[in-house]
Structure formats: C-alpha cells, structure tokens
Design a protein around this ligand. Structure first.
Ligand SMILES: [Zn+2]
Length: 262
C-alpha cells in the first residue's frame, strides 16, 4: 500500500528533535511520498536539506504562504521566482512539483488582503508559466479565493484545494476549477462537518494530506501532527466511502500523480 501525503511541512522546527524517526515512522506506515509546501524564504534552506536526505520520497513546492504576505512580499515573490528559475533553467536535476502554498487567509489578519490577492494571482501566473499545479491555502476567504480563480480559470489552471473545510457547494465549485480536495485531520473531528457530505464527492477528486505539524487527526487532536498519522485519515475515509483502505490509498495516490506529474 502506497500512501501519499500531499501536504506536509516535514522541515518544520517542530521536528528538529526527531526528524529522522518521524520520517521512519511514516515510511513504515506506508507513507512514502511527501509533497512539501513552502512558506517563505526563511525555510528554503531546510527544505533543500530534507530533500537531499530523502531524494526518492520528498517532492518540494515553491511559493509564498498567504499568512506570510507582509510589507516585504514583493521581495519574497522575487525570491520565489528566482528559485523557480534556477531549477527550471537547468536541463536535468531537481525541480519543483507545484506552486504552494498560496492563497488567501483572513482568519489571522486582514491588513494585507490586497497584497494577498495580488501575491495569489501573481503566483498562479508563475504556475502557468512553469506548467505546474497550485496548492491553495484558504481560510475564511472562499469568496476572495474563488474570485481570483474565476478570473484565472482555464485548462492551464489546476491543483489542490488544501485542507478543504468548506460546504458541498464550495467543494463542487473548487472541483469546477480543476482542483482536487486535500482531505486531512479535520475529517476525523466530531464537528469537522466535511464528513457529512464527502461521500457525495467522487474519490477521483480527493487527495490525502496531514498538514503536519498542524491539525493532527483524532485521537491526537491538539498535539503535534506528523505524516505517519495519515493512516487515521485513511481509516476515516474508508468508513465514509465504505471502501477498503487499500483501494482508497491507491485511488488517492493515483490522483496525486495526476496532479503533480510524479
Ligand atoms: Zn500547510
């Protein structure tokens, strides 16, 4: 059984003490593909380091996280572009597998809304230029995110709506923009809500994720999350869809291959 964690911050300082053990536990549990979203330039070095350690397992993204869009965001975006340029101008070697995570977050702070919208749009255009998927972070901002997607929609726009927590209508809308839904720990929560309608969304639109070190699934809720806990998400989806875990693992890993091209 091959499980794909489509969203995990394995380079996070939360794993400074036991990064190797954490990776071992995940791989032992069948989680062998790690797609790793960027946050901002302060993490680039540690992302490259973990990629170097696990070249067969780790697939990096590049981008600027919406909650890290601050006064210096133009400089940050320039660095995103430079890193993309560096890797894609070489004929062989390492690449990035998505632009992410990008989007709009109005939960923590609305001060930079306009800058967040601009950064989101700009990075979608970068994704199109490099023919890459996008990985969207959306919190308290469905209308704002959909507004940008509507104006950028097309065959060259595709990706994942990470940590999907919207309504069934939001889900259908996201799928309409060629997005898969990233399903993680929230699906195991008693008040997570998405478990009430997910069975109406065909599995071909679903990918699995942990968002480690955040959003640990039940029974670890509130604690540090890690990629090995993806099996809890798998268990819950098996109940919701009434299908064996092996089948869900296979379908969602195939979906991740469709999105990331690897
Ligand atoms: Zn994330």
């Amino acid at each position: 059984m091959i499980l794909t964690d489509t969203h995990t911050h394995i380079y996070s300082e939360a794993f400074d003490e036991d990064q190797e053990k954490m990776m071992e536990r995940a791989i032992e549990n069948g989680v062998t593909r790690f797609f790793v979203p960027a946050i901002d330039s302060t993490y680039t070095k540690s992302m490259y380091e973990i990629e170097e350690k696990y070249p067969e397992h780790v697939f990096l993204m590049m981008g600027l996280h919406p909650t890290h869009v601050k006064e210096n965001y133009k400089k940050e975006l320039l660095q995103v572009e430079q890193e993309l340029n560096k890797r894609f101008s070489r004929r062989e070697g390492k690449k990035f597998y998505a632009i992410g995570e990008i989007g709009i977050d109005l939960y923590w702070d609305t001060t930079f809304l306009v800058a967040q919208q601009e950064a989101f749009r700009y990075q979608i255009q970068l994704a199109k230029k490099y023919k890459l998927p996008i990985v969207i972070h959306c919190r308290e901002a469905f209308e704002e995110v959909f507004e940008v997607l509507e104006s950028e929609k097309g065959d060259d726009l595709f990706g994942i709506f990470h940590c999907f927590t919207g309504t069934i209508d939001d889900a259908k809308r996201a799928i309409g923009y060629n997005m898969k839904l990233g399903i993680g720990g929230v699906v195991t929560f008693k008040n997570g809500k998405i478990d009430t309608f997910l069975d109406q969304i065909p599995l071909e639109h679903i990918v699995l994720e942990t968002d480690a070190p955040y959003l640990a699934p039940t029974p670890y809720r509130g604690k540090r999350n890690e990629s090995s806990y993806l099996v809890r998400v798998l268990e819950r989806l098996s109940e919701i869809y009434q299908k064996p875990e092996e089948e869900i693992a296979q379908i969602t890993t195939n979906n991740s291959k469709d999105v990331f091209g690897v």
